[in-house]
Design a protein around this ligand. Structure first.
Ligand SMILES: O=P(O)(O)O[C@H]1O[C@H](CO)[C@@H](O)[C@H]1O
Ligand SMILES: O=c1cc[nH]c(=O)[nH]1
Length: 336
C-alpha cells in the first residue's frame, strides 16, 4: 500500500521512515525488471552462491544491470539511501546516475573531490558555465559524492563498517539507477610490507589479520563468512597500465585488511600495546612470507560485497611507509 507521508530533510524531500516497509505483495515487476520467479527470502539467497563471478549472469540481469540479492527491496514503495542523502522516491536516480560506468572510492572527502577534478581534466568533461562540482551527498554529513560524466567519486571513511554501509547503499544506487556493468575501485593509502613509501599496490587477494580470505560478519548473532574475491582480469588490466617510465613501482599482491590501525596492524605506537617489538617483527615477517604486500582497512569488505553483488572491483593503494621499517606515518606522506 503506497504511503502519502511527506517529510523534508535538508531541503531534500525524504520519504517518511516509518513507511519504508509498506509492502506491495502482489508486485512482480520492479525497477523495470520483470521478476517472474521472485525468490523467497531465505538464507540460501543471501549468503550462499560462493561460486558466482563478477559479470556472471546469475548475479546480473542479462543486460548487465545490477541485480539485488535482497527480495525485500523490490517490495518497498521507496528506498531511502540515508547515508547518501538520496532516495528512490525523492530523486530520479535513473536520470541522475543512469550513465555511471566507474565508481571510485577512497577514504577522505578531499581526496575524492580532487580525484573528481583530476578525472574532469583527464576526460575533458566540461561543467556548465559558472558552476563548480557539487557534493551530491553533502547533506548526509557522512560521505561526499561527486559525479563527473560516467565517473562517481565517493569518500568511504575509515574501516570496514564505514565502507560496508557505503557499499550497501551504492550497490542499491546502481540497481535503482539501472546502471549497466559498473566497475568499482578503491583508491587508498596503506602500509607496505617490504615496499618503500610511494609504491603503488594493486590487490590481487584480500585477507584478514589471521590471513583468512573471507569477510566475517555477525548477522542475527551468527557469524557468516563471505568470500573476498577480486576480478583477476581487472587486476591484470590495471597492472598493464603501469609504465616502466613511471617514477614509482607498481606491484600486485595480497592485501591484509585489519579492523584497527594500531594494535590490529602490529603497531607499537598506539595508546595501548601488550606485545614487544620482537613479537611485532615476527608477525610482520610471517605475513611477508605468506605473500602479504600491504596492510589497509577496507579491502576485505570491498572485495566480498562487490563479489556478492556481481560487480567487478579493484583496490589500488599507495604505500605511505614500509612497515618492516617503522610505524609512524609522516604528514608529508599523506596529503589528502
Ligand atoms: O587512505 P584510506 O583510503 O582511508 O585508507 C587507509 O587509511 C586509513 C588509515 O589511516 C584506513 O582507512 C586505511 O585503509
Ligand atoms: O600503515 C598504514 C598506512 C595507511 N593505512 C593503513 O591502514 N595502514
Amino acid at each position: 500500500m503506497p504511503c502519502n507521508c511527506k517529510v523534508e530533510m535538508n531541503g531534500i524531500p525524504h520519504p517518511h521512515n516509518g513507511c519504508e516497509f509498506h509492502l506491495r505483495k502482489e508486485n512482480t515487476e520492479h525497477n523495470g525488471h520483470h521478476h517472474p520467479h521472485r525468490k523467497t527470502f531465505d538464507n540460501d539467497d543471501r549468503y550462499e552462491e560462493e561460486d558466482c563471478v563478477a559479470g556472471d549472469e546469475t548475479v546480473r540481469y542479462p543486460d548487465g544491470s545490477v541485480r539485488l540479492r535482497n527480495p525485500n527491496i523490490e517490495l518497498m514503495d521507496q528506498d531511502i539511501l540515508y547515508h547518501l542523502a538520496l532516495g528512490s522516491g525523492s530523486h530520479d536516480l535513473v536520470e541522475m546516475f543512469g550513465d555511471v560506468k566507474f565508481v571510485c572510492m577512497g577514504g577522505t572527502p578531499k581526496r575524492m573531490e580532487q580525484f573528481a577534478y583530476n578525472i574532469m581534466a583527464e576526460i575533458g568533461h566540461k561543467l556548465p558555465c559558472g558552476t563548480t562540482l557539487q557534493d551530491i551527498s553533502q547533506f548526509s554529513y557522512r560521505y561526499s559524492m561527486y559525479k563527473v560524466g560516467p565517473v562517481l567519486s565517493i569518500s568511504h571513511g575509515m574501516g570496514i563498517p564505514s565502507v560496508g554501509i557505503l557499499l550497501h547503499e551504492v550497490i542499491k544506487l546502481m540497481y535503482h539507477a539501472k546502471v549497466h556493468d559498473p566497475v568499482f575501485f578503491r583508491i587508498g593509502t596503506c602500509g607496505g610490507i617490504g615496499y618503500e613509501g610511494g609504491t603503488v599496490i594493486i590487490s590481487d587477494d584480500a585477507v584478514d589479520g589471521a590471513l583468512r580470505n573471507v569477510f566475517e560478519l555477525l548477522v542475527l548473532g551468527k557469524s557468516i563468512q563471505r568470500p573476498a574475491k577480486f576480478d583477476k582480469r581487472l587486476v591484470r588490466e590495471l597492472k598493464g597500465l603501469a609504465d616502466p617510465e613511471d617514477p614509482y613501482d607498481t606491484v600486485t599482491g595480497k592485501t591484509m585488511c585489519t579492523y584497527d590501525f594500531y594494535e590490529g596492524q602490529g603497531r607499537l605506537d598506539g595508546a595501548f600495546c601488550d606485545f614487544t617489538e620482537a613479537d611485532k617483527m615476527e608477525y610482520l615477517e610471517n605475513i611477508y612470507k605468506a605473500g602479504v604486500v600491504n596492510i589497509e582497512m577496507e579491502s576485505l569488505a570491498f572485495a566480498a560485497l562487490t563479489h556478492q553483488a556481481g560487480i567487478k572491483a579493484a583496490v589500488v593503494c599507495v604505500t605511505l611507509l614500509d612497515r618492516l621499517k617503522g610505524d609512524q606515518v609522516n604528514h608529508d606522506n599523506q596529503r589528502c
